[in-house]
Design a protein around this ligand. Structure first.
Ligand code: C2E
Ligand code: MG
Ligand code: MG
Length: 873
């Protein structure tokens, strides 16, 4: 990590040095270009110039020659202005003709290079309307030696119009120049030796080529980004690049290399409109790049309005003449820069690295955008650097922007990762971090670790009283407290690169992973400290609650070697911890029965339902008054292909949870009725049949219809059917369930309240609900005499039920003493192992066939019943 940090710094420093070297050599190059321009500072030429401004635009040559109003001025200090006027310039060149006194390279090349004694007079202005050069001679009339044509065959004449000045052998030459322009007023006039001129042209072509190259690469780069990211910010940037390209093609004249004359005429015509386009794209780009659109910041709305105003003015400017257009644009430009700078500075306050890059990229752009118009408007002296300031600025800006865009993409990716790694609401690390850590440990072959789940005590109940915000704050407090507790504890492993050790689980708990370096005693102390820490911050609003946390631990086992199952196991242990004194416990494989394997059980159950893999057993019920069998309870049996016999106490709740119960119940009812019909037919007995129904069945929309259909299909009358409902299902509150019960009663079915005494049914509910039978749970019946409390409860239950006019069944009669006791209390029916265990249909049939006169015969003793003593009364 330290190494990578180090190498990162080295590479950053290297890149910085390379960039610096490029900038220095570039500055040197540019300086060199300016040096080639012959002026009094860098040559032995004496250059005198004077100018006359012809506002009428139609003074003829003779008038000008006789004109004495010429004002002496340096060649590049002529006060060009944004107006329709012509400039007449007189240029006097004095130069030594003695070869021995030639010292400067410019002179050498001038004398030696061409041999023609030539200089090149170049006007750095591609949009010149008029550029005429006369050679003045004292003896002869002025000789026109150059005139710029509207469309020159020589391409470079369109870009940088130039005249070849033939110098005479006397050491001084005199010229008269007429210039008039459209577009930017400043007309830099430069003098070169022919050789230097060629170099100058070559270099500026190179720079312009580089400019186009950078722009093109950036445009393609942004296009690729747009297709990858679908973010319109990249399109806006491409818009900006294209308008910058169009603008500079026209400003520098280099567009002539790429476009036809017609296109260039168009570009030149709409040059101010291109300026407008450029700033519109830049403004929109700034807004989207700095994400003002997503923030819905007021600045976003105002900037949009500003953009619309600029766009309208841009469109309006098309109707104006070029001069007014330019004035309008240049007066708006400062306002535009203020707005954009505000937008950038406002975002700089936030931790936006890419905003910083963007800011950096704007500095040269801003400098360029200020310098260039000043040069064009002749407010600032021309040099190659200042004259092309905007071009250079865009080149530097675009380079910085590449960094800014890359940084922005990196940030976007990071944000996406953050969304995966942290909860949106409470900003705590998500379970994914822990999953990742555990997978990493497993991949490294480490097995000596334990996952710990920390569950604030009673939180699921407290949650009902508080809002989401308080809940978030509570967990943030617990998180902070525990984080500082674990900070210097190396046994608690980091789960993120930011050295975070805790994560928040969806089920309102926190989790950590520890290595197994702690012994049992240390673990106990460690968990105590966790519970103490939670206790310390257990405030809900300002209410300090005397609560701590349940803690569940799950050690790595090859059995459950996935992160999810380890966290699940630790959560199961935390739930189990609720019932322990210390409120913490380890997960054991036994705890697992209910959770993950439930899904497999549900899958197997569904399979069994479709393949009818169940069997229905019968357990007889005995009328305690007559000792005759009066009916049987049907109990489902499932022989699982691998697990063997699975108790209904295990799979019925699973069937209920996974929505499988309705089809299971219909199978039971269908089978029970068909077996009952067969029993009646075979034995001639007309018994009752009790069927267990789940509370979930009662709220099924088609339940009554389905049951009615089954009864109608069978030979059993509804009056012979008893539906047993488990008391623990609180259907008293559920109107639909009550309606269903009432409909069942209307059908003729008897409703029995099963497992009475173990659930939640209150006396008032029993009074309200339409039951006809009550089954006292075997908890109070089995060995009823061994415990006085049981006896009291069983007796009270029977008395109460009898008092309410209900039939009473006692299940779990295990002995004659149980039977006798219940009979004495007034119980009507008995059911239990004393008479018979539940048995298959065939065995039940033969069991019934052994009855003598419907009563349990002595011959069956030992097989199903422990020798009941029968009392006729
Ligand atoms: P339950 O309805 O209270 O059924 C009585 C349970 O007590 C049966 O257990 C039965 O085997 C057992 N039992 C009967 N006499 C004695 C006794 O003297 N001593 C002891 N120790 N136990 C006795 P089983 O068959 O395991 O059923 C357990 C529970 O599963 C049932 O309790 C019932 O709630 C549910 N169940 C069974 N079959 C079905 C069914 O077809 N549908 C639905 N929804 N639930 C069923
Ligand atoms: Mg039952
Ligand atoms: Mg029961």
């Amino acid at each position: 990590m330290i190494f990578s940090e180090f190498s990162k710094r080295i590479s950053t420093a290297l890149i910085a040095i390379i960039l610096l070297a490029i900038v220095v050599s570039f500055a040197g190059l540019v300086h060199n270009i300016d040096q080639k321009n012959i002026n009094e500072l860098n040559s032995d030429f004496t250059i005198n110039s004077s100018y006359y401004i012809d506002k009428t635009n139609n003074t003829d040559l003779n008038n000008i020659l006789s004109n004495t109003d010429f004002i002496a001025s340096k060649l590049n200090n002529i006060p060009y202005a944004l107006a329709q006027q012509s400039y007449w310039i007189k240029l006097f060149l004095h130069y030594p003709i003695d070869k021995t006194s030639i010292t400067t390279s410019a002179q050498k090349s001038f004398i030696q290079g061409s041999g023609n004694k030539q200089l090149i007079l170049m006007a750095e202005h591609s949009m010149l309307d008029t550029f005429i050069v006369y050679q003045l001679n004292a003896l002869t009339a002025p000789e026109k030696i150059y005139q710029k044509r509207a469309k020159s065959k020589e391409l470079s004449q369109n870009i940088y119009p130039y005249a070849r000045l033939q110098l005479n052998q006397f050491g001084h030459s005199e010229y008269l120049i007429k210039v008039k322009n459209s577009g930017p007023p400043n007309i830099p006039l430069l003098l070169f030796t022919p050789q230097d001129f060629e170099q100058r042209v070559l270099l500026s072509q190179l720079i312009y080529g580089a400019f186009i190259g950078i722009l093109l690469i950036m445009a393609i780069y942004n296009l690729v980004l747009f297709f990858a990211d679908k973010d319109k910010v990249y399109l806006l940037y491409i818009g900006y690049l294209l308008s910058a390209f169009a603008l500079l093609s026209s400003l520098t004249g280099y567009g002539y290399f790429l476009f036809s004359d017609q296109v260039m005429q168009l570009l030149n015509k709409y040059i101010i409109f291109t300026h407008f386009l450029l700033i519109i794209f830049l403004l929109l780009f700034t807004l989207y790049f700095l994400r003002y659109d997503r923030l819905k910041h007021w600045a976003y709305k105002y900037s949009l309005i500003f953009t619309i105003v600029i766009s309208s003015l841009g469109l309006y400017s098309l109707s104006l003449d070029e001069l007014t257009q330019a004035k309008l644009f240049f007066s708006l430009q400062p306002l535009f820069y203020i707005v954009v700078l505000f937008l950038i500075l406002n975002r700089l306050k936030r931790d936006f690295l890419w905003a910083r890059f963007y800011f950096l990229s704007w500095l040269p752009l801003l400098a360029g955008a200020i310098i260039q118009p000043l040069v064009l408007l002749n407010q600032l002296e021309y040099s190659f650097l200042t004259g092309n300031a905007f071009l250079f600025a865009i080149m530097i800006e675009v380079t910085f922007m590449a960094f800014a865009l890359a940084e922005r993409i990196r940030r976007n990716e990071q944000e996406k990762l953050t969304m995966v790694a942290y909860h949106q609401s409470n900003h705590l690390p998500r379970q994914t971090n822990l999953d990742h850590k555990i997978s990493q440990l497993i991949a490294e072959g480490k097995q000596n670790f334990t996952v710990i789940v920390i569950k604030p005590e009673q939180f699921h109940r407290i949650e009902l009283y508080i809002n989401e915000q308080i809940c978030i704050q509570f967990f943030q407090k617990v998180y902070l407290k525990l984080s500082s507790l674990f900070r210097f504890n190396d046994a608690v492993l980091n789960i993120t690169e930011q050295f975070e050790k805790l994560c928040y689980l969806e089920n309102s708990s926190l989790a950590i992973v520890i290595d197994n370096s702690l012994n049992e005693q240390d673990i106990a102390l460690f968990i105590n400290s966790i519970q103490q820490a939670v206790r310390d911050v257990f405030y809900i609003k300002d209410l300090k609650l005397p609560l701590s946390a349940y803690v569940g631990l799950a050690k790595f086992s090859a059995h459950d070697s996935s992160s999810t199952s380890m966290i699940n196991n630790a959560s199961i242990a935390a739930n189990k911890a609720e019932l322990t004194q210390n409120k913490w416990t380890y997960f054991t494989q036994k705890d697992n029965q209910s959770s993950p394997s439930s899904i497999q059980l549900a899958i197997d159950l569904q399979q069994a339902i479709t393949t009818q893999g169940f069997e229905l057993f019968h357990q007889p019920q005995i009328d305690l008054k007559t000792n005759k069998v009066c009916g049987s309870e049907c109990l489902i049996r499932w022989h699982h292909p691998t697990l063997g016999h699975v108790s209904p106490d295990i799979f019925i709740p699973v069937a209920e949870d996974f929505g499988l119960i309705p089809s299971l119940t219909l199978w039971v009812v269908e089978t029970a009725l068909s077996q009952q019909a067969a029993l009646t037919q075979n034995t001639g007995l007309n018994h009752m049949v009790s069927i267990n129904i789940s509370g979930k069945d009662l709220i099924q929309a088609n339940f009554i219809d389905d049951i009615t259909k089954i009864i109608n299909r069978s030979d059993i009358k509804a009056e012979k059917i008893i539906f047993e409902l488990t008391e623990s299902v609180s259907f008293a509150q559920n109107n639909i369930a009550i309606e269903t019960i009432e409909s069942l009663i209307k059908l003729g079915i008897t409703i029995s309240l099963d497992d009475f005494g173990t659930g939640y049914a209150s006396m008032s509910q029993i009074n309200q609900l339409p039951f006809q039978e009550l089954k006292i749970d075997r908890e109070f019946v089995e060995n009823v005499c061994s415990n006085n409390k049981r006896k009291v409860i069983a007796e009270a239950a029977v008395k109460m039920a009898k008092g309410l006019g209900l039939e009473v069944v006692a299940e779990g009669i295990n002995s004659s003493l149980d039977e006798e006791t219940l009979r004495c209390f007034g119980c009507d029916i008995g059911q239990g192992y004393y008479y018979a265990k539940p048995m298959s249909y065939e065995r039940y049939l033969s069991w019934l066939n052994h009855l003598s006169n419907g009563q349990i015969p002595a011959s069956l003793e030992g097989e199903y019943i422990p020798a009941p003593l029968k009392d006729a009364n």
